[in-house]
Design a protein around this ligand. Structure first.
Ligand SMILES: [Zn+2]
Length: 823
């Protein structure tokens, strides 16, 4: 696909004009999925009320058979970059778009994949954000909601699932019940020989589905998933006071799904690695539960009431993220979710919020859909959720949820803006929220919070270039003399640039429960005390917050690799959460090796810590597995890894080498040159699963020879096409610390060749590939200069530019750490 022929992304002003002209009332969509594995038939009949006048309908076909308006043929040769101009009459119009569409392999549109385990084919629809017109002709913008009726012809052994219950009216002929009014981006379709499990809760029919080859695993996981779903429906009903509005609730686990999940109304799609095929970490269950609840919260925030335009996407994501964590913590067995968030989502969001591409949570100025997609980042999710937490701390449950209920009632099955929601809260008694909104929602960047011990004040400093005045509600933890790890936490209101606080001698940690959004930094006395107090701290959320501060300090070159390694050695053997061990050690392996003065010695130290954590953990448990995964990633001993692969005597007690662990070991051996291509191929042949196929590709790219890097590169440039999961895995495999001799030629080639990748991919996978294949370990002045040369050009695609800006900022941080600490 040539970039000159890429579909145009809808602009906000175009959406406004079209919304002023049209009301879409209904879609009747007929899809024929039984004509081979390349293309499918799509006939979309759209009923529209119009003020009368010209507009356009979006469609991205292989062949456009016909377009008619009220029976009048439209010249289909006028199709240009995904749009067909049409002329509407005043009053009711019927627009028909008859097209042949192509299945996609990049996780968007109608994605089709083949399960390597049994050769069976599966499809699912991803209509978000600009992708609906590659499935059916439509008016693709969130504020043109309509009811949908869908008919699907499918191979006879397939099941068809969608927003509403599907009935097989004749062999292979399926009809889906009419939906409630839905935006185009919330339309679902899942079809293939899926295994389906059904249940019911509180009058809501529930369903789950996954590929036939993981049917047993779905059956195993179903009770836990149904329990989380049921508990969360009860709690969301209690909090919102508005019943779930979409009838049945189906959760489809689908192959090669890019995001974590997508909140299509009544039929959520999830990435299917969330159906566990190997031994799992406790944290995987926590993340799955909070993802389930996040998507459930979207049924109200996003689906029942939908943003008018993408610049209010925070309305969707910030709420879903906040509700996802809150309801998981309060109503399911996964009460530790806030600790997981502090170790994972929070650092992700803080990094995004400090990069040059930072943007306000709300009103982020998305001029078109493509720009909006770039803002689906840690700011919209993690920062937005913390801001909602701050607002909740101010309003309390009663005002907070009565405003939210008012919002749902007022805009039921419609669209709304941030101003509408703020109005609802103000009506519910929140008082004037304009200062809160200005400081938190409309201003970019995190404040830096740190103690000035000498002056006895807590300091608040906005991000350079982003002046702001925002009030924080947070705790301040002070250590107890003579009792390391015992903290007294007092609430603080930080409503000025410096606020006086009582500071006893000893360690002090601002925001120990991650209640506010800020780059917290620890003072020198506290940092010096960490090796003693961190392992003695009982509360895992306080430990997570301290680690977050350590990461902040490292990122800004305020502490060096050796100090972090000292702390890792002192604290992690005492850590008893798998996030604390796995996330922290994983972060250290990823971030310290590329900047360490002696990477081999640093790796050895990390390996030793992981080994001690494995030895200290209960055999066979999650904590042991979390540590062992890192031990494998940090291992240099090929003989040990080979023995483990063969489940030999050196394997720690309780460890079982299953599918996932086997490929972790093979990946590490591949990087070290301890396996060859034949052995990798044999491992794939022995257990041919979707997981094996992806991990095999990653291991091939990681081999320490020129052939491996050339093989990976052909896939980056698109000379050889591979599906989305494999492409991402190959990018991860390609760049390995210690293989610079092999990968150095690709540093320059990356900057020379990345722009041409718009010819072979678009949208989300264009962003993913730009990011994953970036030469992130090449922290040199030369590489930074090359990046800036490219960014200085005016022909850089906006999606690529965004990824380059962010990756280059990260690279500059690595270079600064190297320069500060002498490598
Ligand atoms: Zn979401």
């Amino acid at each position: 696909m040539s970039s000159a022929h890429q579909p145009l992304s809808l602009k906000h002003v175009e959406a406004q004009d079209r919304a002023a002209l049209l009301d879409v009332t209904a879609y009747d969509v007929a899809l024929d999925l039984d004509r081979g594995d390349e293309t499918f038939g799509s006939v979309s009949t759209i009923t529209v009320r119009s003020r009368g006048g010209p507009t356009f309908v979006e469609v991205q076909p292989v062949a456009l058979n016909a377009v008619t308006v009220n029976g009048r043929a439209v010249d289909v040769t006028r199709l240009d970059r995904g749009r067909v101009p049409i002329e509407t009459d005043p009053g009711e119009n019927v627009v028909v778009v008859d097209a042949v569409m192509r299945y996609r392999h990049d996780g968007e549109g109608l994605h089709r994949s083949v399960d390597p385990a049994d050769g069976r084919h599966y499809v699912y629809a991803m209509t978000f954000l600009d992708a609906a017109p590659s499935i059916f002709g439509c008016f693709d913008q969130p504020d043109l909601k309509a009811v949908w009726r869908m008919r699907v012809r499918a191979p006879r052994d397939w099941v068809v699932l969608g927003n509403t219950p599907a009935t097989e009216v004749a062999t292979g002929e399926w009809t889906l019940a009419e939906t409630q009014p839905l935006s185009t981006y919330l339309v679902a379709l899942v079809a293939g020989p899926y295994h389906v499990v059904r249940s019911e809760h509180d009058g809501i029919p529930l369903g789950l589905s996954a590929r036939a080859s993981i049917a047993r695993q779905l059956d195993d996981d179903a009770p836990e998933i149904f329990t989380v779903t049921a508990q969360s429906f009860d709690e969301l009903h209690r909090l919102f006071g508005v019943r779930y509005p979409f009838g049945d609730y189906h959760q489809a686990f689908v192959p090669e799904f890019n995001a974590g999940a997508m909140e299509s109304a009544g039929c959520v799609t999830f990435r299917d690695p969330m159906i566990f095929q190997s031994r799992t970490l406790r944290t995987q269950h926590v993340v799955r539960a909070s993802t389930i609840v996040h998507e459930m919260a979207h049924m109200w925030f996003g689906d029942l009431v939908t943003p008018v335009w993408w610049d209010d996407l925070w309305l969707n994501e910030s709420f879903a993220e906040y509700m996802g964590a809150r309801v998981t913590a309060d109503s399911t067995e996964f009460t530790e979710v806030w600790v997981t968030e502090a170790h994972t989502r929070r650092p992700w969001g803080l990094a995004a919020d400090q990069r040059p591409s930072t943007h306000p949570v709300a009103g982020n100025g998305a001029a078109d859909g493509a720009m909006a997609l770039q803002n689906f980042d840690g700011i919209s999710y993690a920062k937005g959720a913390t801001i909602i937490k701050q607002l909740h701390a101010r309003l309390g449950d009663e005002v907070f949820f009565s405003g939210v209920s008012d919002h749902f009632e007022k805009h039921r099955f419609g669209n709304a803006t941030m101003a509408d929601l703020l109005d609802s809260w103000e009506r519910a008694g929140a008082g004037d929220l304009s200062t809160f909104s200005d400081g938190w929602l409309l201003t970019a960047g995190p404040d830096r919070i740190q103690l000035d011990r000498g002056a006895g004040v807590l300091l608040r400093t906005p991000l350079a270039g982003h002046p702001a005045d925002r009030e924080h509600t947070l705790g301040l933890a002070t250590g107890t003399a003579g009792s390391p790890g015992a903290w007294t936490i007092e609430p603080v209101r930080l409503d000025a640039d410096a606020v006086a606080v009582a500071v006893p001698a000893g360690p002090v940690v601002p925001d120990p429960h991650a209640e506010t959004w800020a780059v917290t930094l620890l003072d020198a006395e506290t940092t010096a005390a960490l090796p003693e107090v961190l392992p003695a701290t009982a509360d895992p959320l306080v430990r997570a917050s301290i680690w977050c501060s350590v990461r902040n300090a490292f990122q800004h070159a305020l502490i060096g690799p050796d100090a972090v390694l000292d702390l890792v050695e002192a604290a992690l053997p005492a850590e008893d959460t798998d996030d604390g061990v796995g996330q922290t050690l994983g972060w250290a392996v990823w971030n310290i090796l590329p900047v360490a003065a002696d990477p081999v010695a640093a790796l050895a130290r990390l390996h030793t810590v992981a080994e001690r954590c494995v030895a200290g953990a209960p055999p066979g448990g999650s904590l042991q597995l979390a540590a062992l995964q890192i031990q494998v990633a940090a291992a240099d001993d090929e003989a040990m890894l080979r023995d483990w692969l063969a489940s030999g005597d050196s394997l720690p007690d309780g460890v079982v080498v299953d599918l996932e662990l086997r490929w972790r070991i093979l990946l590490r051996l591949a990087k070290l040159g301890g396996v060859d291509r034949d052995q990798l191929a044999a491992a794939l042949a022995e257990e041919t699963t979707a997981v094996s196929q992806v991990e095999h590709a990653k291991a091939l790219a990681a081999l320490p020879d020129a052939e491996a890097k050339a093989w990976a590169w052909e896939r980056f440039t698109g000379e050889v096409e591979v599906p989305n999961y494999e492409l991402e895995a190959i990018g991860l495999g390609l760049w390995q610390v210690g293989q610079e001799r092999l990968t150095d030629p690709y540093v320059a080639r990356y900057f020379d060749e990345v722009l041409a990748t718009t010819e072979v991919r678009s949208s989300q996978m264009l962003a993913v590939a730009t990011h994953i294949f970036y030469p992130r370990w090449s922290a040199t002045e030369d590489t930074v200069a090359r990046a800036h040369d490219l960014l200085g050009r005016d022909d850089v695609d906006s999606t690529i530019r965004r990824e380059l800006v962010d990756e280059t900022w990260d690279l500059e941080r690595r270079l600064a750490i190297r320069q500060a600490f002498g490598r």
